[in-house]
Design a binder for this molecule. Structure first.
Ligand code: DX5
Ligand code: ZN
Length: 228
């Protein structure tokens, strides 16, 4: 996984058909997805429950690009090895999920994965200032985590601040929540390079009408790329 700051679209399979994950993953990748975003929720850190390590492991053979696993769980540390075994390329933990995020990021890298840290909308950019040398990705939530299809919360100032803090370090800025062709350009212009999109990618399509996914991905990418 060579680092680059070009715009990447990461469809969230939270908006896919839960009875058909393998085909859904193959469909979005064949239609131009750069990464596959996998939302793990525990019904405790967030008020919704999705799937755990065995399901993520079952997704792995279908993912030819990058499996980007977003943990919305607390605690994180007892599960890190299970997600490494499941084949996550990037494992992202929330800074709000426990008292020892520094230890968590070290453990994620120690298990052979790229380490991401996610920030809820109410959490300031400065909280990651002393973590940047341990971090491969900062995920800025533009909704309160837990559900797809929520309204975008503007985080332009936070993303600009992070972009300045990161400088030329090889750290991705990922945006998660409410990304569509109208909101993605704001975040791309502020310095984000990975755009997660669930409902705006899967809306109107299916594995039998996968070209709709392709059109949706292309529309987000075109709008974002035009803004930088
Ligand atoms: C929200 C998840 C997101 C979500 C985005 O808790 O982390 O990845 O699927 O969905 P949309 O793009 O519909 O806001
Ligand atoms: Zn997510």
């Amino acid at each position: 996984m060579a680092f680059d700051r070009s715009i990447k679209i990461a469809p969230s399979i939270l908006s896919a058909d839960f009875a058909n994950f393998g085909a859904e993953i193959r469909a979005i990748e064949s239609q131009g997805a750069d990464w596959v975003h996998v939302d793990v929720m525990d019904g405790h850190f967030v008020p919704n429950l999705t799937f755990g390590p065995p399901a993520v492991k079952a997704f792995r053979p279908h993912v030819k690009t990058v499996m980007d696993v977003h943990l919305m769980i607390a605690p994180v540390d007892p599960y890190i090895d299970a997600y490494a075994d499941a084949g996550a390329d990037i494992l992202t933990a929330h800074i709000e999920a426990g008292p020892h995020i520094h230890r968590t990021l070290q453990a994620i890298r120690g298990a052979g994965m790229k380490a991401g840290v996610a920030l809820n909308p109410g959490t300031p950019a400065e909280t990651v200032e002393h973590l940047l040398d341990l971090t491969d990705l900062v995920c800025v939530m533009t909704v309160n985590p837990g559900f797809g299809g929520q309204k975008y919360i503007d985080m332009t100032a936070k993303v600009r601040k992070l972009r300045d803090m990161i400088g030329d370090r090889p750290i991705h800025i990922e945006i998660d929540g409410g990304m569509d062709p109208t909101t993605a350009p704001l975040m791309a212009a502020a310095g984000a390079d990975v755009l997660v999109a669930g409902s705006a990618v899967f809306r109107g399509g299916s594995v039998d009408a996968a070209d709709v996914y392709g059109d949706n991905i292309a529309a987000i990418r075109a709008a974002a790329t035009a803004a930088i």
